[in-house]
Design a protein around this ligand. Structure first.
Ligand code: HSE
Length: 436
């Protein structure tokens, strides 16, 4: 039976999962492939540490060149993460004609243009299913199964840590710091949790999704990003009282001549599918013009779910190798020369519903002052809640609006926050109806 040699760069949590999966499911993989996948070498800076999986010590090396230059290795799996040396290793491997599988979203989102062009020029596959949504086949769905569609909108919960924190704050009465600590202990937070809670990790994933869906490249700083650090238990409770849940959503929408792209905490109706994606799960709600709604749900992180996506890519690449083809499906859904710069709709032009929580002095005339300023800025109020009084301090007044324009909202809030009756900066949360 034909054998295909694999090399692994990075023997951490996901790397261990890949080794385990290749071992435990080797029989079924071999049956599906009609060939054997042989792990030839594993490189890591630390080969002494005990892993959750046992390997033949002769496979281990601290010298990545033994993977990059081994002629018996046809597919290199990069699970080091970060920018360097991962990028140099990927470039060196492709120069040696090796096909690549990676989970490195940060690298692909920021330096993918160079890597994907080079891979295409050299005729090697560069696969990255595990980089977005962990085990969920979002990349393959966008570039293969749904490739006949125009994507009217894509809304995703793309960061499990942020979703875990918001879920715990909503259902578990846990505060932000305790929920983050739990997420870190469970092993799905990034090395730097700022990436999770500030929406940077979700931005990496949205950038990858945007190129796949629209054939346009985008830089991370081009679209609006806001994390969940400003979300308080109070807002979560008000959202619930209004029949909503707060989720960190990554949103892409096809507008007229421009794409809307943004990441921010979003209030969505509690009955919608996305509102019920809890704990560290990820999900994508795609709206294709022909397909209609498509909903994908699963584990966005974790050793075996992520390994499932990585090994799926390895099997795909091995199938190409067995047929003597490569780059049959373009890595980014379009041939590289067809990918152009994105035209993004300015955030100021956004039109949606809003939730405001004002902190004001409790005295007659306050509401009319606020609603006056909202009215002057074309913002129509949909509902108002004021509960309780706080001696001396500000009382919360919560309002939701009908559809309003982002630049009008910003103008109105900056005027309201200058009023002497206002005690704290007003909280703004955008509302969406994912129409599920
Ligand atoms: N830190 C990421 C998350 C891991 O929490 O979703 C997977 O990318």
């Amino acid at each position: 039976m034909k054998e295909i040699g694999l090399g692994l760069l990075g023997f951490g949590n996901i790397g261990s999962g890949v080794v385990r999966l290749l071992e435990e499911n080797g029989d079924i993989i071999e049956k599906r492939l009609g060939a054997k996948l042989i792990l030839k070498r594993i490189a890591d800076v630390d080969i002494e540490r005990k892993r959750s999986v046992a390997v033949d010590p002769s496979l281990l090396t601290t010298d990545a060149r033994l993977v990059l230059n081994d002629p018996e290795i046809a597919i290199v799996i990069e699970l080091i993460g970060g920018y360097e040396p991962a990028k140099s290793f990927l470039l060196a491997a492709m120069k040696n004609g090796k096909h690549l599988v990676t989970a490195n979203k940060a690298l692909l989102a920021t330096q993918g243009n160079e890597l994907f062009r080079e891979a295409e020029r050299l005729g090697v596959n560069l696969s990255y299913e595990a980089s977005v949504g962990g085990t969920i086949p979002i990349i393959r769905s966008l570039k293969e199964a749904l490739s006949a569609n125009r994507f009217l909108s894509i809304m995703g919960i793309m960061n499990g840590t942020a979703n875990y924190i918001l879920t715990k704050m909503t259902d578990g009465g846990v505060d932000f710091a305790a929920a983050l600590k739990e997420a870190q202990d469970l092993g799905f937070a990034e090395a730097d949790p700022t990436y999770d809670v500030e929406g940077i990790d979700a931005a990496h994933k949205l950038a990858i999704v945007l190129t796949l869906a629209y054939g346009q490249r985008v830089a991370l700083d081009e679209f609006y990003r806001e994390g969940i650090t400003g979300i308080s238990k109070e807002d979560i409770d008000y959202a619930r009282a209004l029949g909503y849940r707060i989720k960190l959503l990554a949103i892409a929408r096809q507008g007229r001549g421009a794409i809307e792209a943004r990441i921010h905490p979003t209030m969505i109706p509690e009955g919608s599918l996305l509102a019920n994606v809890n704990s560290n799960f990820n999900a994508f709600h795609l709206e294709g013009d022909a397909s209609g709604s498509v909903f994908l749900y699963g584990q966005g992180s974790g050793m075996m779910p992520t390994a499932s996506a990585v090994v799926g890519d390895v099997i795909d690449t091995a199938r190409d190798l067995l047929k003597g083809v490569s780059c049959r499906v373009p890595a980014r859904a379009c041939p590289e020369k067809m990918i152009d710069a994105i035209i993004l709709a300015p955030m100021d032009d956004l039109s949606t519903n809003y939730y405001f929580r004002f902190s004001v002095i409790d005295r007659p005339g306050v509401l009319s002052k606020i609603s006056g300023i909202l009215g002057e800025n074309n913002i129509s109020i949909a509902s108002v809640i004021q509960k309780g009084r706080r001696e001396g301090g500000g009382v919360p007044v919560v309002m939701t609006t009908h559809r309003a324009n982002e630049s009008d909202v910003r103008k109105a809030l900056s005027a309201i926050d200058r009023l002497e009756i206002v005690r704290e900066k007003t909280v703004l949360i955008r509302m969406e109806d994912p129409n599920l």
